[in-house]
Unconditional design. Structure first.
Length: 368
């Protein structure tokens, strides 16, 4: 068994201030019966005293209550604190993240968790999950410990403060072409038990809505007089907690009118009786020999068609419910605008080249 190497001895130079053999200053402060040792990361006496003073002020701000709180209890309290500010789906995602990180800190007192435990989580968990999941769990850990530091005041520093995010690679959206979309709809309509699924998929493609919002749309939110559709998101609300009205494009209006003609009683009933078309989509894509398109691919399809129609990014962003004025749309679909622009440029003509071959040619007559 490997022997633990003892730390170099410290020499006391002033109250709560110590120095090691290399000249680096350390602080040893006792708070509520617990001794806190910190390197002051300097060999300058004056700077060490200032940092010691700052550390003692921070230490005095600790309340001492809940000093034996375990990570498990801290996570539960943090989730309860966050719940009133979040939609149910967002809170569920946080609960899932907490379940994933908890095994690494389970049973440990919050005040005993340091960067060593955080690094252990990073090395073990980080190799098993993608960058997006890693960043979500990393943010969750940081927020939990920040709650312990700022709200409960039971720790001096956030041990996850220096934990960096991983770079997320660019994910290129898979967008159906118009031909692929027609083939997909034909394959969906060919399934006798998938007519409602086909209706939902077509609605997603013409509205640009996310699945969660589309399935919550009710008939009393459709206004054929004003030619608008009100998006509320149902009980869960929209992503940005705001309702918005989007205009009914001709294809979307015709689709809704077709649906309405077959519904004797509308009122506040949901337009769609199903919550997902996943199974029918999988079957249709397989039967038609298409890539495996999901619900969200229809949102991409909507955006690509809007760009081809010459609609500006800001207007598209408003229809999608984005609050950034079109920044995300431009970043995600900008290459489509460039491709479309290049294709349209090939259709430009000024009549000069054509005229040059007829009008700008001087005929010479040969003389004998």
């Amino acid at each position: 068994m490997k022997k633990k190497v003892a730390a170099p001895p410290l020499t006391k130079v002033a109250e709560c201030l110590y120095r090691n053999q290399h000249g680096t200053y350390f602080a040893l402060v006792k708070v509520h019966g617990k001794q806190i040792k910190r390197s002051l990361n300097t060999d300058d006496s004056a700077l060490a005293k200032r940092r010691l003073s700052e550390l003692r002020k921070k230490a005095e701000s600790l309340t001492g209550t809940d000093k034996g709180l375990l990570f498990d209890g801290l996570a539960v309290r943090w989730l309860a604190m966050k719940k009133p500010d979040l939609k149910p789906a967002s809170h569920e995602r946080l609960e899932c993240a907490v379940r994933c990180v908890s095994p690494f800190f389970k049973g440990l007192p919050v005040r005993s968790i340091g960067q060593a435990q955080i690094e252990a989580w990073k090395m073990k968990r980080g190799t098993k999950i993608g960058a997006r999941s890693f960043n979500h769990e990393r943010d969750t850990i940081r927020q939990i410990f920040e709650y312990a530091r700022l709200n409960l005041r039971i720790i001096l520093d956030n041990p996850a403060e220096t934990l960096k995010k991983r770079k997320v690679g660019n994910h290129e959206a898979t967008i159906p072409t118009k031909e692929q979309f027609r083939s997909l709809m034909d394959a969906l309509r060919a399934q006798p038990k998938a007519q409602e699924a086909a209706n939902l998929v077509e609605f997603l493609a013409y509205s640009g809505l996310r699945l969660g919002k589309a399935r919550e749309v009710r008939w009393n939110e459709v206004n054929f007089t004003l030619n608008t559709l009100l998006i509320t998101g149902g009980e869960g609300g929209t992503k940005n907690h705001d309702s918005r009205a989007i205009p009914l494009s001709p294809p979307l209006r015709r689709l809704l009118e077709r649906f309405a003609s077959g519904c004797p009683a509308l009122g506040d009933a949901r337009i769609f009786a199903i919550d997902s078309a996943k199974k029918a989509l999988f079957t249709a894509c397989r039967n038609a020999g298409l890539p495996q398109f999901g619900h969200h691919a229809m949102r991409h399809f909507f955006c690509s068609n809007a760009i081809e129609a010459g609609i500006d990014f800001k207007a598209i962003a408003g229809w999608l419910g984005h609050k950034d004025g079109g920044v995300l749309v431009a970043r995600t679909y900008g290459h489509l605008r460039n491709e479309h622009s290049a294709a349209m440029a090939q259709r430009m003509t000024f009549g000069i080249d054509e005229a040059a071959s007829e009008e700008n040619v001087v005929a010479f007559t040969a003389h004998g």
